[in-house]
Design a protein around this ligand. Structure first.
Ligand code: FES
Ligand code: FES
Length: 130
């Protein structure tokens, strides 16, 4: 059924999510939940030289939430923090080759969780020097 709704790239990221799991010694993490559907995503990052050296995610959600979370981590990995924070919903949808209209909101989760993971990292770094 899923392969009728989603294109091959989305289906592939749903079936074989990239960077799934927890980073126990993460430098930052961010959580985002969608109260509408109950889907829930956590993103973990490791930072080196102001760059996302490693990233992972755990999601409780629909196929599109899994695929968009997976693609968010792929887009963010290796990027400078100031670039990663600019990743948009459209970037994720475009990288996935499109999502059905009623599933486009699922990409919000990735963007918001990634931004909050980066903010969490910055906050921790500031605390360290206070
Ligand atoms: Fe809706 Fe995060 S609150 S996707
Ligand atoms: Fe909630 Fe996909 S239906 S994020």
């Amino acid at each position: 059924m899923y392969d009728e709704v989603y294109n091959d790239t989305v289906f592939d990221h749903f079936m074989n999510p990239r960077n799934a799991g927890v980073i126990n010694d993460a430098d930052g993490f961010g959580v985002c939940g969608d109260p509408g559907c109950g889907d829930f995503l956590t993103i973990y990052i490791k930072v080196a030289n102001d760059t996302i050296a490693d990233i992972s995610f755990l999601v409780f959600g629909c196929a599109a939430a899994i695929a968009t979370s997976s693609m968010t981590t792929e887009l963010a990995k290796g990027k400078a923090l100031e670039e990663a924070i600019k990743i948009t919903e459209d970037d994720i949808i475009e990288a996935l080759g499109g999502l059905p209209e009623h599933k486009q909101h699922c990409s919000n989760l990735g963007v918001k969780a990634l931004r909050s993971a980066i903010e969490n990292y910055y906050n921790k770094t500031i605390e360290k020097y206070q």
